[in-house]
Design a protein around this ligand. Structure first.
Ligand SMILES: [Zn+2]
Length: 427
C-alpha cells in the first residue's frame, strides 16, 4: 500500500517547507509531493525529512583498520606506509571477518543517514582461490544491512605502471577484460534489485594500463554504466605517470575517453587546473573524501577553482576511518577555509554554503552513481533520513538555519530514522 509521509519540515527544491506530504509507491519510489491534503500514514512529528545521503566512494572492508596505523614509531608516515598496513589487513581477512566488517560499515552509514553507498570494490577473492567470492559477500552484507548499493566493481591488473601484481595484491586481480565482464554478468544475476546495481571502476592508472582503461570505459559507456577511477590522490602517482607516459593521469584520461559523461574521478587532490577544466567541460564529476584525505595526508584539492567553474562534486567516506557525511560536508568547506584563510569557499550563487555542500552529499552523489536519488521529488527512489528536531545538537535551529546547523554541528545522533526504498529501518 502506498505510504503518505508528513514531517514537520521537508527538504524540497532546496529549502525546508512545512505542510508537505510525500507519497511513496509500493515499488519504493516517490509519487506525488506537495500539500496533498491526504491523511498521512506516517506522521513524522518533530522530524525534518531530507533525502537519504549518498556515500559515493567507500571501501567498506577498510573499516577494520580504524584506530590502526595511527602510531608512527618509524617517524612520519605517508599514504604509502598506510597502504602497507592496509595490505596487512587484506592478508588476514577471511570470509567471515570481511562480511562482518562490511555489515558493520554499512550499518554505521545507515545510522548516520547514508542510504546509498557506492562501494569501490577491489578485494575480489578468497584467501586461497581466484573466485570473486567477495563480490557476492559485499552484496550480501549490503542486503543484510538494508542499504542501497552500487557495486563499483574494480578492474585491477597491475601492481604499478607496467609492474606485475605484488603478492599482497593477488586478491585484487582481474586477469583480463573478458574475465572481468564475465564476472559482471554473473553478478548481474545475483544483484538484488532494486536496491543493488553495478558500476564499473578502474582502480587507478597504477593498476590499469592505458589501452585497457580505454576499453573498459568504452564498454561501460556502451552498457550505460557509470565509471569511477582514483585520480591524482598522491603526487607519486603523477610522477610515475609522467615518467611512463609523459602526462599526468587526468590529462591522459581526458585524451583517452571521448567524453567524461558518467565518469567520476575520485580525489583529484593534485590535478592541474587545465586538466580539471577539460575533465569538467567533458561532463566529469569529482568525488572528494575530505576526512580520508586528511587522515592519509594526501593534501587539499583546489576547490576554489572547481567551485568557481560550478564543477560537479560529490563526497565519499573512502577508508571509513570515520563514517559521517556530516563530517565530510563540513570538512570539504573547512579544509578550504584553513588553506585559504577565508570563509564560504563552496558557496553557491546566492552565497549559501550549506545547500551546495548538501547537494554534494545527495543529488550529486546520485548522479555519480547513476541513480534517480538524493532528492525528494516525484520519480526518485524513496530514500530518506528523518532528522530529530528535538536533538540537542539542533536546538535553536529554524527552517532557515537547520541545514547549516545539521552540517556544522551534528553527528549521527541527530538522525532519528532512515528509509530505503520505502522501507523504514529500525534505528
Ligand atoms: Zn578510494
Amino acid at each position: 500500500m502506498a505510504q503518505i509521509l508528513e514531517a514537520d519540515l521537508t527538504w524540497i527544491d532546496g529549502a525546508f517547507e512545512q505542510g508537505i506530504q510525500v507519497e511513496v509507491t509500493d515499488s519504493g519510489v516517490i509519487g506525488d509531493v506537495g500539500p496533498l491534503g491526504r491523511t498521512p500514514s506516517r506522521r513524522l512529528r518533530r522530524r525534518a525529512l531530507v533525502p537519504g545521503m549518498i556515500n559515493a566512494h567507500s571501501h567498506a572492508f577498510q573499516r577494520a583498520l580504524r584506530g590502526r596505523g595511527e602510531t608512527f614509531p618509524q617517524g612520519a608516515g605517508t599514504f604509502w606506509t598506510w597502504r602497507e598496513a592496509m595490505y596487512q589487513l587484506v592478508a588476514r581477512l577471511d570470509d567471515e571477518t570481511f562480511y562482518r566488517t562490511c555489515l558493520l560499515a554499512f550499518r554505521e552509514m545507515l545510522a548516520g543517514g547514508i542510504t546509498t553507498v557506492g562501494e569501490f570494490h577491489y578485494l575480489h577473492h578468497s584467501p586461497a582461490a581466484s573466485d570473486f567470492a567477495y563480490d557476492r559477500l559485499v552484496l550480501q552484507a549490503a542486503r543484510d544491512a538494508g542499504i542501497r548499493i552500487v557495486l563499483l566493481n574494480v578492474y585491477y591488473r597491475t601492481g604499478g605502471i607496467g609492474q606485475p601484481l605484488a603478492p599482497a595484491q593477488q586478491r585484487f586481480e582481474t586477469a583480463s577484460l573478458d574475465c572481468y565482464w564475465n564476472n559482471m554478468a554473473a553478478l548481474g544475476s545475483v544483484a538484488d534489485t532494486p536496491l543493488q546495481s553495478l558500476g564499473v571502476a578502474a582502480h587507478s592508472i597504477r593498476a590499469v594500463g592505458l589501452e585497457e582503461m580505454a576499453a573498459l570505459r568504452a564498454e561501460a559507456q556502451r552498457r550505460g554504466l557509470v565509471f569511477h577511477v582514483h585520480v591524482e590522490e598522491q603526487r607519486q602517482e603523477i610522477d610515475e605517470s609522467v615518467a611512463a607516459y609523459g602526462q599526468p593521469p587526468m590529462r591522459l584520461m581526458t585524451e583517452l575517453f571521448d567524453s567524461m559523461d558518467r565518469v567520476t574521478g575520485v580525489h583529484c587532490t593534485h590535478t592541474r587546473p587545465e586538466d580539471m577544466e577539460r575533465f569538467l567541460a567533458g561532463g566529469g564529476t569529482v568525488c572528494l573524501c575530505p576526512t580520508t584525505e586528511a587522515n592519509l595526508g594526501d593534501g587539499i584539492a583546489d576547490l576554489v577553482h572547481l567551485s568557481a567553474q560550478r564543477g560537479r562534486m560529490c563526497l565519499g567516506t573512502d577508508s571509513n576511518a570515520r563514517i559521517s557525511m556530516m563530517e565530510e560536508m563540513r570538512w570539504v568547506e573547512y579544509g578550504q577555509r584553513l588553506a585559504h584563510e577565508s570563509r564560504g569557499i563552496m558557496r553557491g550563487p546566492d552565497g549559501d554554503v550549506a545547500r551546495p555542500v548538501f547537494d554534494m552529499a545527495t543529488v550529486n552523489g546520485a548522479h555519480a552513481l547513476g541513480l534517480e536519488a538524493g532528492v525528494i521529488a516525484t520519480g526518485a527512489v524513496a530514500d530518506f533520513a528523518a532528522l530529530d528536531l528535538d536533538a540537542d545538537q539542533l536546538t535553536g535551529a529554524d527552517a532557515a538555519t537547520l541545514l547549516p546547523a545539521f552540517i556544522c554541528g551534528s553527528d549521527a545522533s541527530a538522525v532519528a530514522e532512515v528509509c530505503v526504498g520505502g522501507r523504514w529501518l529500525e534505528p
